[in-house]
Design a protein around this ligand. Structure first.
Ligand code: NDP
Length: 501
């Protein structure tokens, strides 16, 4: 054997003599059961696929670092944010949401923007999107919403009826729908988009004072999007274009970067702010809470093995470090459960032991055993707490400051002043250029025209409620009667649903 070549072995380390010929009885076969190398090889191959993520299945990832650029110690005691110029290793994964693992990167879809910070106090995950808001604000609606964005249960095809039926019966979605159907719904690459926490989180300092915060990772490559036609062409030309772009940019040393801007709200503002600050279908207007630049994210190293580092990467919004905590955002509260739960299903209960998911600090706990436990499993140390055998002790100073909750326990919507249409209207009226608006209308009508007419009418009325011109242009683009749309827009949601049932 050549000096620089490694010896080929079985998974158990035994040398393999021949990997081209199965062991047969005579030259013509049949194959013998005692070809254990063949059996091991086929058995492993048969189990290569793990369940793909139910959402965000198609993605690309990269390693990098986060660097603090401003003093934020008055807001948070998180150690990785404790000093200007401090760097923390990061792994990032970008993704589309609705498609399968082989789906095209240029699909119209939000893009996942998930970050894992390997801090000295454990892993902190920021599992955001390239949009500052979301379609729904209650996790009870999540499985239904995702069903409508995927495939029809009958023929396994994408289905415009169920897509728009759900959205038009869920008017809180109109803000996110407006962003999704702008050209930001088809970013040119993963490098040319922003990342947002979308949720509100809590930061607290070492005095126990807290603030509500929102994260905005602003691309330093500049926002660039594909038009509808460019995206359609790209899907055929290179379904993996964004995955390829990220990999190639990093290979050539053109490291993508994002500026972290924070919006910070003092707690006393929350109850009186004109929008519910915990409602994920809303933003905090920049004029009300001007973003403050506090850091920079740089991606500078490609994964060496896609499955090990990207497919097995498991992010969870429940992974906090001292100084950062949840807010009462209802969708966030649902995600705090759901991400960990899905990783246990996909990767097994010991998924934190997979190298890409391992924190860089020591893990000392009393959880034991389970499938694929590849640690020393606590050795012969105590596997219960409390104990008097030197096991790990809780650190009381790691606690989040106590906070008060009150109210009647019931299934109930937000009562904070709630207008689901105003912010979508502001985006259309105040932020978009004429070209943005033209593209938006074209992107919507070429998709919505595939739904039944009664659903087109109901959805057009939702756009009309956001902005009269917006709804009128969609209705005209679909050849609908604008008067009919206007009268539907004037109805309550229940009346509108009834009138278009
Ligand atoms: P501003 O008028 O101060 O700024 C507009 C924001 O909209 C910028 O952040 C810009 O992002 C972003 N933007 C531009 N085009 C689009 C698009 N097609 N889809 C999504 N975002 C876009 O914002 P206000 O705070 O006054 O809010 C007005 C509206 O802007 C909101 O109703 C919301 O729809 C949208 N918006 C607000 C954000 C916020 O956190 N306040 C964040 C993103 C959007 P960029 O600077 O990267 O170009």
């Amino acid at each position: 054997m050549a000096k620089d070549k490694k010896e080929y072995t079985t998974g158990f380390g035994a040398p393999i003599d021949d990997d081209q010929n199965s062991k047969t009885a005579g030259t013509d076969g049949p194959i013998l059961m005692q070809d254990t190398h063949l059996l091991e090889k086929l058995g492993h191959f048969d189990r290569e696929r793990i369940p793909e993520r139910v959402v965000h299945a198609k993605g690309a990832g990269a390693h990098g670092y986060f660097e603090v650029t401003a003093d934020v110690t008055k807001y948070t005691r998180a150690k990785f944010l404790s000093e200007v110029a401090k760097r923390t290793d990061v792994f990032a994964r970008f993704s589309t949401v609705g498609g399968e693992r082989g789906s095209a990167d240029a699909e119209r879809d939000p893009r996942g923007f998930a970050l894992k910070f390997y801090t000295e106090e454990g892993n902190y995950d920021m599992t955001g999107n390239n949009t500052p808001v979301f379609f729904i604000r209650d996790p009870l609606k999540f499985p239904d919403f995702i069903h409508t964005q995927k495939r029809h249960p009958g023929n396994n095809l994408k289905n415009a009826d169920m897509f728009w039926d759900f959205l038009s019966l869920t008017p809180e979605s109109v803000h996110q729908v407006t962003i999704l159907f702008s050209d930001r719904g088809t970013p040119r690459t993963f490098r040319h988009m922003n990342g947002y926490s979308s949720h509100t989180f809590k930061w607290y300092n070492d005095k126990g004072e807290y603030y509500w915060v929102q994260y905005h990772f602003k691309t330093e490559q500049g926002i660039q999007n594909l038009t509808r036609d460019e995206a359609t062409e790209m899907k055929g030309k290179d379904p993996d274009h964004a995955t390829r772009d990220l990999y190639e940019a990093i290979e050539r040393g053109d490291y993508p970067s994002w500026r972290l801007e924070m919006q910070i709200m003092p707690p006393e503002d929350a109850a009186k702010y004109r929008f519910n600050p915990f409602d994920i279908t809303k933003v905090w207007f920049h004029a009300d809470y001007p973003p403050i630049t506090i850091g920079r994210l740089v991606l500078n190293k490609n994964p060496k093995n896609y499955f090990a580092e990207v497919e097995q990467a498991a992010f969870s919004p429940a992974n906090f470090v001292p100084g950062i905590a949840a807010s009462p955002d209802k969708l966030l509260q649902g995600r705090l459960f759901s991400y960990h739960d899905t990783h246990i299903h996909r990767l097994g209960v010991n998924y934190p032991m997979i190298p890409i998911n391992q924190p860089k600090n020591a893990v000392n706990y009393y959880q034991r055993d389970g499938y694929m436990n590849v640690s020393e499993n606590g050795g012969d140390g105590p596997n219960y707490y409390p104990n008097s055998f030197g096991g790990p002790e809780p650190q009381i100073d790691a606690a989040e400051p106590a906070f008060e909750v009150s109210g009647m326990a019931a299934r109930q919507p937000y009562t904070h002043p709630n207008d689901d249409f105003f912010q979508a209207g502001e985006l259309y009226r105040r932020v978009m250029t004429d070209m943005d608006r033209d593209h938006l209308i074209g992107n919507i009508t070429t998709h919505l025209c595939n739904a039944q007419k009664r659903i087109q009418l109901r959805q057009s009325a939702i756009f009309y409620k956001a902005d009269l011109e917006y709804g009128t242009r969609v209705a005209k683009g679909l050849g609908l009667n604008v008067k009919e749309v206007k009268s539907l827009a004037e109805m309550t949601q229940e009346e509108r649903a009834e009138a278009t049932s």
